[in-house]
Design a protein around this ligand. Structure first.
Ligand SMILES: [Zn+2]
Length: 141
């Protein structure tokens, strides 16, 4: 078992809820934190950041991935999403596509402040994904 796999969800939960408290969500008031685990056991956190120009906002999951990629990480094993929602919430469609770029086999965990939890694989959430491999051209005849 790799060091990354040895790490339980506790550190991810802590990082995701800490990020959630820093979310900037004055319009939706729906705060989200995400913590992404890379294959070396490093954790990268993100929160949703809304904007007065609503389409300019970004989700916590993509924020975490941006931080990870900026730090040089490219391979990931798990993402944990934390919210205050009544039910665990899976990543939105945009985030699923963003995550599959680097981690088609990602484990996705969603937890709520009241103890709710759901687990999926990214393949469950985004079957028949559009991946980098599909950009390859067929060989010339
Ligand atoms: Zn999203």
């Amino acid at each position: 078992m790799s060091p990354a796999a040895d790490r339980g969800d506790d550190a991810l939960r802590e990082a995701a809820f800490a990020a959630m408290t820093n979310a900037y969500a004055p319009y939706s008031e729906f705060r989200v934190g995400a913590a992404l685990l890379d294959k070396n056991g490093r954790i990268f956190a993100g929160c949703n950041v809304e904007n007065v120009s609503y389409g300019g906002g970004i989700c916590a999951e993509r924020g975490a991935m941006m931080a990870a990629v900026a730090a040089g990480a490219r391979e990931f094993t798990r993402v944990l999403v934390a919210t205050e929602a009544a039910e665990p919430t899976p990543p939105c469609g945009l985030c699923r596509q963003f995550l599959v770029e680097f981690a088609p086999d990602l484990e996705v965990v969603s937890v709520t402040a009241r103890g709710g939890e759901a687990r999926w694989t990214l393949t469950d959430l985004l079957p028949a994904a559009f991946t980098p491999a599909l950009l390859r051209r067929s060989p010339a005849p």
